[in-house]
Design a protein. Structure first.
Length: 398
């Protein structure tokens, strides 16, 4: 009994001593945790800045969580790499939904006006909850379930607007109608939304037209279905439009290239401290008709890998203008089990089958053609780049 009591008292004394040492270390600004010189310097400066804010900043109420999130953002920003970023929980969730291709939401696209910070609806998907509730492009979303979203970051607002599958949200809307502003209260129930990244139709001369707006986990199946339907209509050749496609999933690009190309090398990924990773097509199936790919200055990353590989393998001609020039690898890591949120880091570079790099160089089209129409005309009958692509593909048909 005495031995147990002595053990317990010793343990309790040890705990009390440790707590006192930690409190004293914090008071004296002594960092007890072994660390690298960089983390020690980060910790030291953060403590100094925190003390000045606590002592002199004129407002109260900034949460520790928000402070820590912006500290993490600052650390990543110090890399001076515009493609590397720390994500808050809300930003991470939004980013991953874009990669996965399906998410809970109401089927609208929201943008923030840089001058006013107003959250404006730019597009409404037909048949989705937002459309059924009567939302329209141009509507301003001012509140969600009573929370004013005009003064919060767009990522946080989007997270609130999307809501949770099966749950109804109340949106406060401002709409311009007959020269006047009217306010509306709209009830909308979120559901699972599958991003439609591929659209298609048959053009003149039995030419198939497939537009890929982004590459996500749903894109491959949608692309294969588009080709299948166009083949049923006896297409003689195909135009693939990746203009304004900012990229996305490398896995989707590799799968689509494997679907289109015979056996051979696709791309090589070079990363620090790792062996090169080479991707190849398997020849399980391939597309044996003429292909033209439409590109522009906003075709970037995965869409450049797609277009550049087809160009290198002499499987397609590129029509349009020089592409963006982003050929580096971004990897997204979840930090949910540690500090929350996530982090996207540049971890390598892509090289095309010929060994050439895209990064900061872009792709030069085989047939250069400046776009002369409006943004609304992209992919429509009066799209001059599309007309040029039709000419190019027609000249290659037999």
């Amino acid at each position: 009994m005495n031995s147990f009591r002595n053990y317990f008292l010793g343990l309790l004394s040890g705990i009390i001593l440790c707590v006192m040492i930690l409190l004293l270390a914090d008071y004296l600004d002594i960092h007890l945790i072994p660390s690298s010189s960089m983390s020690e310097e980060v910790w030291r400066k953060a403590k100094v800045v925190e003390k000045y804010i606590d002592s002199y900043y004129w407002k109260e109420g900034v949460s520790d969580k928000k402070m820590s999130e912006y500290a993490a953002k600052g650390i990543v920003a110090a890399l001076d790499d515009k493609y590397s970023v720390y994500y808050t929980d809300e930003e991470y969730e939004e980013t991953m939904s874009g990669v996965e291709g399906d998410y809970a939401g109401i089927g609208i696209t929201v943008e923030q006006e840089p001058e006013t910070d107003r959250k404006i609806i730019r597009a409404v998907q037909k048949g989705k909850p937002g459309d059924k509730a009567g939302l329209k492009p141009g509507d301003e979303i001012r509140s969600v379930n009573g929370t004013d979203v005009r003064t919060i970051p767009l990522s946080e607002a989007v997270s609130k607007i999307r809501g949770e599958e099966g749950k109804t949200s109340v949106l406060g809307i401002a709409r311009q109608q007959d020269g006047k502003e009217i306010t509306l209260i709209v009830n909308v129930t979120a559901e699972k939304i599958v991003n439609q990244s591929v659209t298609y139709r048959m053009l003149e001369s039995a030419i198939g037209y497939v537009r890929i707006s982004s590459f996500d986990n749903e894109t491959t199946a949608q692309f294969e279905e588009a080709v299948k339907q166009l083949e049923k209509k006896k297409q003689k050749g195909m135009i693939v439009d990746v203009r304004n496609n900012g990229g996305g999933s490398l896995g989707a690009v590799i799968s689509i290239l494997d679907y289109l190309l015979p056996e051979g090398k696709l791309i090589t990924e070079k990363s620090r401290g790792k062996e090169d990773v080479e991707y190849s097509s398997t020849d399980e199936k391939h597309f044996d008709k003429t292909i033209v790919v439409l590109v522009n200055q906003n075709s970037a990353s995965a869409s450049e890998v797609f277009a550049g590989t087809l160009q290198d393998r002499e499987a397609a001609s590129l029509v349009g203008v020089k592409t963006f020039g982003k050929g580096i690898v971004q990897t997204i890591y979840s930090l949910q089990d540690s500090c929350g949120g996530g982090i996207k880091l540049t971890t390598g570079e892509y090289f095309l089958p010929s060994g050439r790099s895209i990064h900061e160089k872009g792709l030069t089209p085989d047939v250069e053609c400046e776009y002369t129409g409006s943004e609304d005309s992209l992919g429509e009958e009066d799209d001059n780049q599309l007309k040029k692509a039709i000419e190019v593909i027609t000249s290659g048909l037999t």
